[in-house]
Every structure is written in C-alpha cells, then in structure tokens.
Design a protein around this ligand. Structure first.
Ligand SMILES: [Ca+2]
Ligand SMILES: [Ca+2]
Ligand SMILES: [Ca+2]
Length: 262
C-alpha cells in the first residue's frame, strides 16, 4: 500500500514537472518571438535610416553644387525638362528656355554624375522676370542688374544674382513660383493649398522609394508638375520618404554675400 502511494505521488510529481516545463517552454517561445520581432523591426529601421542618410548626403552634395554654380555663373541652374532626366539644362540659344521653373536637376551640366532614379532629384527654380533689370527676379538668367558695363569684372556676376534674390524675397507669396508647404510638424500641415509657408529660390526633391503606392517614387504632395514641396527634412512616415532641400531667396542671398571676397 505504501509502495503504491509512493508510486502515485511520484507520478503526480513527474506530471507536475512536465506541466511546469510546458509553461516555461511557452514563455520562452513568446520571449523568443518578441525578441526576433524586435530585432527585425530594428533591422528595418536601421536599413531605412541608412537609405535616408544616403539621400541626405546626395541632397547636400547637390546643394553645394548649386551654390558654387551660383557663385561662378551669377545665376541658378536651369531645370532639365526632358521626360526622364538626361542631366542637361534645357537652354535655348544658351539661355534658360522660356519660363520653365520645373524639371530634373541638370547633373551633367554641373559636372556631376547622373544618379540612379531613386536619388535623381526633381528641381524647381524661382523665375519671375521683368523687363526692368532693377526689379527682375528670374534666378535662372544671368543679367546685369547693377549697371556695370560689359567687360567690367562685376558685369553679370554673383552680385547681380543677389539683386535678383532680394527682388524675389520682396514679392508676396505666390503659388505660381516654387514654394514650400508644411512638414506635418513645426511648419504645420502638409497641404499645398491651405498651408503655403514660403517661396524658395530653389528646391530639390529626392524620391527614394514609392511609399504611398501610387507607382511613382515621389510621394504626396510631390508630383512631376507640382511647384509645391514639403518643408525641408520632413520626417519619414509610412507613406512618405522623399528628401527635400530648399533655400528661401534671403537665405541664399545671405550665404552668397558671406562668401564674396569683398
Ligand atoms: Ca553687376
Ligand atoms: Ca518616395
Ligand atoms: Ca509614390
């Protein structure tokens, strides 16, 4: 009898042990699952951040090329209006064609390499030309605006671009020229109609991937025909990963003035 009782108790004990082991096992499995989910998310975040950093670096390289082009030529680059971007400024008779403000960034005309589609920038430049050179604000045209004679060192140089930038900065906000909307943060809502923040001398948009699933690498509100871009460094989201760099006229004028030797 005692032996039987002992046997029964040891069977119960073993069952209890098996039970505990199964509970432990399921806890381990849950923890393992959570850990691998967390490490996958972390991996995905790191990969996305790396892409983003690569695009930011490419964008600031474009920006410094725009600035040195401005210093050398007394104007901003003219957009490349070819459909897929051939890398060349669209010029007519050597000057920026018509009143074109929107296209691709003309990489080859600036001596840069044409990048792959995800890092190839859309580009907009502010152009509000007038007959009077003193009020002219066509930033893509090199024009004498400070009454220097032909042959003079300061004829059609960067100081003439600074005048055009100042003229552009004095105009009131106008959606027929390149402008920025908000950033869904401090600059307010991303809404090209209800929230127009500022006109810019230029903006560039690097598309990266198609996050909003509209078959275009650009994400809302960016399209090939929209003069509106989000404010710079708008945070990445589920539906948006475009990288924007832009400068209002006063900011670019300030940078150029600081860089001048006189
Ligand atoms: Ca001049
Ligand atoms: Ca995108
Ligand atoms: Ca898209």
């Amino acid at each position: 009898m005692t032996a039987l009782r002992h046997k029964l108790s040891s069977i119960r004990k073993r069952r209890k042990q098996v039970g505990v082991t199964l509970v432990e096992l399921s806890v381990v499995l849950v923890i393992f699952g959570l850990l691998s989910w967390a490490s996958f998310s972390a991996y995905e975040t790191v990969a996305v951040q790396r892409e983003r950093d690569r695009a930011m670096a490419a964008a600031s390289e474009v920006q410094s090329n725009i600035r040195s082009f401005a210093l050398r030529n007394g104007r901003l680059p003219c957009p490349d209006t070819s459909s897929d971007g051939n890398g060349l400024e669209t010029l007519a008779g050597g000057v920026c064609d018509g009143a074109t403000q929107l296209g691709w960034f003309p990489y080859l005309s600036l001596g840069m390499t044409l990048p792959n589609a995800d890092l190839r920038a859309r580009y907009a430049v502010f152009r509000a030309g007038t007959v009077d050179p003193l009020t002219d604000a066509d930033l893509a045209i090199s024009k004498e605006r400070t009454s220097d004679q032909a042959g003079d060192l300061r004829n059609r140089d960067v100081s003439d671009l600074i005048v055009a930038l100042n003229n552009a900065g004095r105009l009131s906000l106008d959606a027929t020229h390149p402008y920025l909307t908000g950033d869904a943060g401090r600059a307010g809502a991303v809404n090209c109609t209800a929230n127009r923040v500022t006109n810019v001398a230029y903006w560039i948009v690097l598309p990266l991937s198609d996050r909003d699933g509209d078959m275009s690498l650009l994400d809302v509100p960016h399209t090939k025909t929209n003069l509106c871009a989000t404010s710079v460094a708008t945070a990445i989201s589920v539906n948006f990963d475009d990288v924007v760099i832009a400068e209002p006229p006063a900011q670019l004028a300030g940078w150029l003035r600081q860089t001048l030797p006189w």
